[in-house]
Design a protein around this ligand. Structure first.
Ligand code: TXA
Ligand code: MG
Length: 336
């Protein structure tokens, strides 16, 4: 199959909708990362997503909607709190988990009785969903295990020959995937995956807890609420090691002691005295989120064998960056 990459236009969106209504898969831009989109109600189409990514069958997909009617068609027992969060954060990078209705096939929900729903903040993709008239199931558009794609080029790298069309909407704004939450029995919110919508922002509306698996290596035998957390994730070929340093100087002296061929330092960009080739990923957590996946892909382009990454903050948006980095690093953290 040849893979076309096209800038969005009405014609291109119509072509994409036709592919999707014939059970095909299309690469689409969102404000977080690119997605691999198919008709969420079409079992065969969702099976094609899993095949294109090489994704384990029990890892459920998020469905993307363009209005609340699509939420109500797909989910039941929607709590009032969900409508409040939808009003404040949709369209935007917040995914909420509900009990699913029968219309959502188990292929889409990874065999679960629940469904994850979000309304993306991208005009072209919202228009595509409207043209299709059904929610679009879309995981991140990378091969399973690779860093998520934040540009159409990244999608092409992973999906060339596997899908017919990628809509090129430019670089993704946020750069990390949506915040995934579920609702607790006592009326609170539980964060299953941190994103650019932070615990602090959500806590204006209800009590917020963060699932322990967000920062911990999940026990292989344990049944996790969000199956995505148990898989190897976001990993480039280089060995990634997080360096939790007290300050700029301790970071520099540690990496300088480990100078070698093919070894890189992923820095905030404001450090001095780094003697290794440095790849900056940003000083603020927002910049780091925006650049993280592109930087991980860059380590592969450079043929790096190892990269020492300066540890981000663990609060606010930094929690999302740290969560992705921990998985890319297979939980290797060195404190200096
Ligand atoms: O920003 C995003 O969320 C991007 C864009 C494309 O929308 N999508 C994305 O999808 O990151 P994916 O499939 O790469 O990650 C979905 C995450 C996984 O960790 C999965 O296990 C979890 O959401 N998830 C999906 N449905 C769930 C459910 N019913 N219950 C618990 N976790 C669920
Ligand atoms: Mg993913």
């Amino acid at each position: 199959m040849t893979t076309e990459v096209k800038k969005p236009s009405h014609e291109v969106l119509k072509q994409a909708a036709e592919i999707i209504m014939q059970s095909g898969v299309v690469g689409v831009p969102t404000e977080t990362v690119y997605g691999l989109a198919a008709n969420a109600y079409d079992e065969k189409a969702c099976a094609a997503i899993f095949a294109a990514k090489g994704r384990p069958q029990d890892n459920p997909l998020i469905i993307h909607i363009s209005d609340l009617e699509m939420l109500e068609r797909s989910a039941r027992d929607i709590p009032p709190l969900a409508y409040t969060l939808a009003e404040h954060f949709w369209s935007g990078p917040l995914t909420m988990i509900f009990k699913k209705k029968d219309i959502v096939p188990y292929t889409t929900s990874g065999g679960l009785d629940t469904v994850a729903v979000r309304m993306p903040d991208n005009e072209d993709t919202l228009n595509l969903i409207k043209l299709c008239g059904v929610p679009l199931a879309a995981p991140s558009a990378n091969l399973s295990g690779s860093p998520s794609p934040t540009s159409a080029d990244h999608v092409f790298e992973d999906m060339n020959g596997r899908i017919p069309l990628i809509i090129d909407g430019g670089e993704c704004k946020a750069g990390v995937e949506s915040t995934v939450v579920c609702f607790t029995e006592d009326g609170g919110i539980k964060i299953l995956r941190p994103g650019v919508i932070t615990a602090e922002q959500l806590s204006r509306f209800a009590d917020v807890v963060t699932d322990k698996n967000v920062f911990l290596k999940p026990d292989e035998r344990e049944k996790v609420i969000s199956p995505g957390v148990k898989y190897k994730h976001y990993s480039p070929k280089a060995e990634i090691i997080i360096v939790e340093a007290e300050n700029e100087n301790s970071f520099a002296s540690f990496v300088n002691q480990n100078k070698d061929n093919g070894v890189y330092a992923v820095t905030f960009g404001n450090e001095s005295g780094i003697e290794l080739p440095a790849i900056p990923y940003g000083e603020s957590a927002e910049e780091q989120a925006h650049n993280l996946f592109a930087v991980l892909r860059q380590t592969d382009e450079l043929g790096a064998k190892r990269a020492y990454v300066r540890c981000p903050e663990k609060q606010g948006v930094g929690a999302a960056v740290y969560n992705r980095l921990l998985r890319a690093a297979a939980f290797r953290v060195i404190k200096v």
